[in-house]
Design a protein around this ligand. Structure first.
Ligand code: ADP
Ligand code: MG
Length: 203
């Protein structure tokens, strides 16, 4: 069982959207997935309650209880646990980082989001954990997208697949779904590419 945590100091960077989409896509690949919602705002839990499908499973756990919950999970019950986190990376996030095999950091191509990276980095560094930036809500042709990728690469690895700014990421979640369900469009390909990119770090 491997653990991916989705972390970013910035609210609205796409943590919950990425968590849900990756989890549903991975479930569609017949992997046993547990989503854990540690955000007191419970966006992921509200989304999950709208779902008709039984997978992925979801647990609503405070950061304080996360380590104990993970320890008590039967190791063969799930292939992958995806942890969504609150929009502030204070000291408590260190315990999430500690139990993770891989950390994904969604970043929107904007000066404000880039400025917030330093805080996220200061919590990750010294913990010797693999982390990958995922550029989200991008206009792929815009100069700011390329300059964001260049700037992020100074800190660490940037996922080669970028998530575009697309309305189906928003609308699909209203009904407890994701872009990977009932869609054969570009969004599905983005999520598939990101999943394939990150899965090599989970073997
Ligand atoms: P976080 O969990 O980091 O606060 P969310 O995943 O809730 O961020 O995303 C913030 C808002 O941006 C939500 O309204 C979500 O639907 C929207 N959003 C996220 N990713 C995209 C995208 N790629 N394209 C368009 N809207 C997006
Ligand atoms: Mg969220």
């Amino acid at each position: 069982m491997k653990i991916i945590s989705i972390i970013s100091q910035k609210g609205g960077s796409g943590k919950t959207t990425l968590a849900a989409n990756l989890a549903v896509y991975a479930s569609m690949q017949k992997l046993k997935i547990l989503l854990i919602d540690t955000d007191p705002q419970k966006s992921l839990s509200y989304w999950w309650e709208q779902r008709e499908e039984k997978t992925p499973a979801l647990a609503d756990v405070s950061i304080k209880d996360l380590e104990k919950t993970i320890k008590n999970l039967k190791k063969d019950l799930f292939d992958l646990v995806i942890v969504d986190t609150p929009p502030h990376t204070n000291e408590t996030i260190k315990s999430v980082i500690n139990i993770s095999d891989l950390i994904l950091i969604p970043v929107k191509p904007s000066p404000n989001d880039l400025r917030a990276i330093g805080n996220t980095m200061s919590l990750i560094k010294n913990q010797n954990k693999k982390f990958i930036f995922v550029i989200n809500q991008a206009n792929k042709q815009a100069n700011i997208t390329l300059s964001t990728a260049t700037e992020l690469s100074k800190y660490g690895e940037v996922c080669s697949s970028i998530i575009a700014n697309r309305i189906d990421y928003v609308t699909s979640m209203i009904s407890g779904k994701t872009v990977t369900e009932g869609s054969k469009g570009k969004s599905l390909i983005e999520i598939k590419d990101i999943f394939n990119y990150v899965k090599k770090y989970l073997c």
